[in-house]
Design a protein around this ligand. Structure first.
Ligand code: PEP
Length: 253
């Protein structure tokens, strides 16, 4: 048993207009009211719906994260948004290193090594995604890939700050494919990631939350997420419907 509070986060990706986000933010709190003492619930809307979502959630104890951020506070970076800008909106965190950003938008570990400390410096919780592709898994390179990402992305985070990071183990082959990792595969990877953190700090390894993401649905959530050591879920497709997401929140308990 651990003292870590599980996390369940909704990654809406490029979905939901502001009225749709507001409707979700009004619908969700009563659906998860019974879980909020035991599960930390996060919603990650597109940039355009962040303010609407924080406002519509009101006093509900549900946190809001962006899906990306730049590592500089300000500057000539057209199209980018900084961590202090997000904090000013009342946002609590930012997903960084999602595989879609790594694969489609050339997000590098060098950039992530700057984004994670920049998020922490602005008071945001970085939700750092790591995970192997199918090719890497089939070539037996899962651990080497995770090691490279975790070591590189956290290199400039002080040992004492590591526990403020949330890591999402998201095997790329399971994202949006309907093919989830088995709980054994998820536990194995998460234990490996925790051991990598322990090389830096035993206390941080004990405290850091490491969640699983990849085709989690109401129908498989209890199965995939039940083992000790999986500290919750990052949910894409199934998080767009408040009832489906609430069912997954309940499974994260
Ligand atoms: C994600 O985008 O982080 C994700 C886990 O997506 P899905 O649940 O749709 O696989």
């Amino acid at each position: 048993m651990t003292n870590r509070t599980p996390i369940c986060a909704a990654n809406w990706k490029m979905h939901k207009t502001r009225p749709e986000a507001a409707a979700f933010a009004v619908a969700l709190p009563p659906l998860v009211a019974g879980e909020l003492e035991r599960v930390e619930v996060w919603v990650c809307p597109p940039f355009t719906a962040l303010a609407t979502t924080t406002e519509a959630l009101g006093e509900a104890a549900i946190r809001v994260a962006a899906q990306n951020m730049h590592f500089e506070d300000s500057g000539a970076f057209t199209g980018e948004v900084s961590a202090p800008m997000l904090a000013e909106l009342g946002v609590d965190g930012a997903i960084v290193g999602h595989s879609e950003r790594r694969q489609l938008f050339a997000e590098t570990d060098e950039a992530l090594a700057r984004k994670v400390p920049a998020a922490l410096a602005a008071g945001l919780v970085p939700i750092l995604c790591v995970g192997e592709t199918l090719e890497q898994r089939e070539a037996g390179d899962t651990e080497a890939t995770l090691r490279r990402q975790v070591e590189a992305d956290l290199v400039d985070v002080a040992d004492d700050d590591l526990e403020r990071v949330v890591i999402a183990y998201e095997p790329v082959w399971a994202i949006g494919t309907g093919r989830n990792a088995t709980s054994e595969q998820a536990v194995e990877a998460i234990e490996f990631i925790r051991a990598l953190v322990a090389v830096r700090s035993d206390a941080a390894a004990e405290a850091i939350r490491i969640v699983y993401g990849g085709s989690v649905k109401p129908g498989n959530a209890a199965d995939v997420l039940s083992p000790n050591g999986i500290d919750g879920a990052l949910v894409g497709g199934a998080s767009l419907d408040p009832n489906d997401f609430a069912a997954i929140v309940a499974a994260c308990r």
